[in-house]
Ligand binder design. Sequence first.
Ligand SMILES: Cc1ncc(COP(=O)(O)O)c(C=O)c1O
Length: 381
Amino acid sequence: MRSVPFFKPSIGEEEISRVSEVLKSGWLTRGSLTEEFEARCKEFLGANGCIALSSATAGLHLSLLALGVGEGDEVITTALTHVATVQAILYVGARPVFADIDPVTMNISPSDVLSKISPKTKVILPVHFAGHPCEMDELEEIASSHGIYIVEDAAHAFGASYKGKMIGGKGFSSITVFSFYPNKPITTGEGGLVCGGEDIIDKIRLLSHHGVVYPIKERRWMYSAVELGYKYNFTDIQAAIGLAQLSKAKDLHAKRERWFKLYNELFKDNEALIRPEPRGYVYSSYYIYPLRLNLDALKCSRDEFAIALEEEGVGVSIHYSPPVHLHPYYRVKLGVGEGSLPTTERVSESELTLPLYPEMSDEEFYFVVDRVLKLVNRWKR
Ligand SMILES: Cc1ncc(COP(=O)(O)O)c(C=O)c1O
């Protein structure tokens, strides 16, 4: 074995045959298959309502719009995330305000959220980092006592649960946004899903398709535009992939969990490696394996380690470096510099994501472990 990719999607015969059925059907865009996919997601997650969209980014954008968030409002979020989270806040004209994170879960810290609340705060936008649910009880308590909303960026967290309640399910009063990008817990190629109350989902449905209504379902040429909408709809081609993925979602989840736990087992007691340790009361989606390097125990930087690992044939990724506030555009736009989020910045400098995908072979897995330990030995103090 010479190399292991960072990720391989689990696409099988069922996805291929379902997509070819759609291609032969004559109906390619949003249609009855998308409705079936939404109904199956609703059932799987125990959601009040849900709508499939072109991406999670679109879902975050429309969730904020549907809540009436805009100019003059503040949205508290994490900087240890994909820029998409923060872009959605800027799309509606609101100001992102960053709270620092918990170094163990790498999720937003409720106590720091509390310290960032102002009269302008309208939404808390937590990200379930790596599929590990945030401290939802504490965030819900803060939101309800201040009369503000929660929009969860659950891009990583399809299938995860918090204290026995499914993320996206009826147990929460928030709006939840999932991503179906290729390496996510389940994929539709590209795509996203928003879960929430029926009223908000209806509003998002309207906004997601040009803001038009069809008074007579059979006469689609007789439509009225009642809002400024967007073109963010899902398609039946995506739904075909999604339905096949949903039917094996639990199996994919269990396989990811197995690799995640095996990494943790094999890296135990290695002082150069800080393992991700899920809290006992959550069930993570095990979306990725976000290892951290203990840079005090190594004579190299995380970037040197990552480059050497790639040279050894191991595909790696980093979640996320730099954190959003230190990207060139956001530094200028938001004026938040180095030192403002000490834990986020420290974690961002030391995180290294290893390959993890359901159909990893034993040989691939042990190849990665072997190369990581080889580099630790090369650089340990
Ligand atoms: C935390 C987070 N939020 C949002 C997104 C955006 O998802 P999408 O690509 O479906 O728009 C991503 C994408 O990877 C993400 O990691």
